[in-house]
Design a protein around this ligand. Structure first.
Ligand SMILES: *[C@@H]1O[C@H](CO)[C@@H](O)[C@H](O)[C@H]1NC(C)=O
Length: 225
């Protein structure tokens, strides 16, 4: 009995040791993990508490597609405010059949990328594509499936030039930083200085088709602030 108990201990110890290297190593997040973790936070950015629902048979009403085309471009960028200045238009779900046609006016177009041949040093606008398919929302977000939110990248080096749209405050800060007499004063930051709104057409969690405008979702211009 004692021998068996000792044997058990040894076996457990050996298993414990040999199984260590086979333990899964911490790895970079996979898409599967991402689609469970980050979208819940991303949902908040889109003002939603839960993902939308679209049943396989349902097609959005044509007038909602037309409305989307009227309000937004192929990239989802809001061109004109919604009807009567509304930022949300909801069409309550109908169980009847609807004819589905893709939005006219080009539909899904690959967004033109920003010129990447310019010097990477200075503050400038770069692409940042938000892909609802990669996020796992493509079943209920109708349009756009991908949009370019852009990002601001690069340094705000002294002296700030006009093309980086510096504020007066940034110009002074840049100077103080450059002179270096005040430790802890950083260079100004390269951030969006002008935003565009985004319009989405999607199914909400109650299967209503919703056209909703989101303010300040697209960086139209970058600057040193
Ligand atoms: C975005 O929408 C707001 C109102 O929701 C409006 O005041 C603003 O002018 C819009 N921005 C652009 C760039 O159209």
């Amino acid at each position: 009995m004692a021998v068996l108990a000792n044997l058990m201990v040894v076996v457990i110890a050996v298993v414990g040791v040999t199984s260590l290297p086979s333990l899964p190593l911490p790895s970079s997040p996979t898409l599967a993990q991402d689609s469970e973790v980050s979208p819940s936070q991303l949902l908040k950015a889109f003002g939603l508490s839960e993902p939308g629902v679209r049943h396989w048979h349902s097609e959005p009403p044509q007038y909602m597609l037309d409305l989307y085309n009227e309000v937004a471009d192929a990239n989802g960028l809001t061109r004109v405010p919604g009807p009567y200045g509304a930022t949300i238009v909801r069409s309550f779900s109908e169980k009847g059949k609807q004819q589905h046609r893709p939005p006219s006016g080009g539909g899904r177009r690959v967004p033109r990328s920003v010129d990447v041949n310019t010097l990477p040093r200075g503050c400038q606008r770069r692409d940042m594509h938000v892909n609802f398919e990669a996020i796992g929302w493509s079943s209920w977000i109708l349009y756009p499936q991908v949009y370019n939110a852009y990002q601001c990248q690069g340094q705000c080096a002294f002296p700030l030039i006009q093309s980086v749209n510096p504020t007066n405050h940034a110009t002074v800060q840049s100077f103080i930083h450059h002179v270096g007499k005040a430790p802890g004063v950083q260079t100004p930051c390269c951030v969006p200085s002008l935003y565009g709104n985004l319009t989405l057409l999607f199914y909400d969690s109650e299967e209503n088709v919703v056209l909703k405008q989101y303010d300040q979702m697209v960086a139209l211009q970058c600057g040193c602030h």
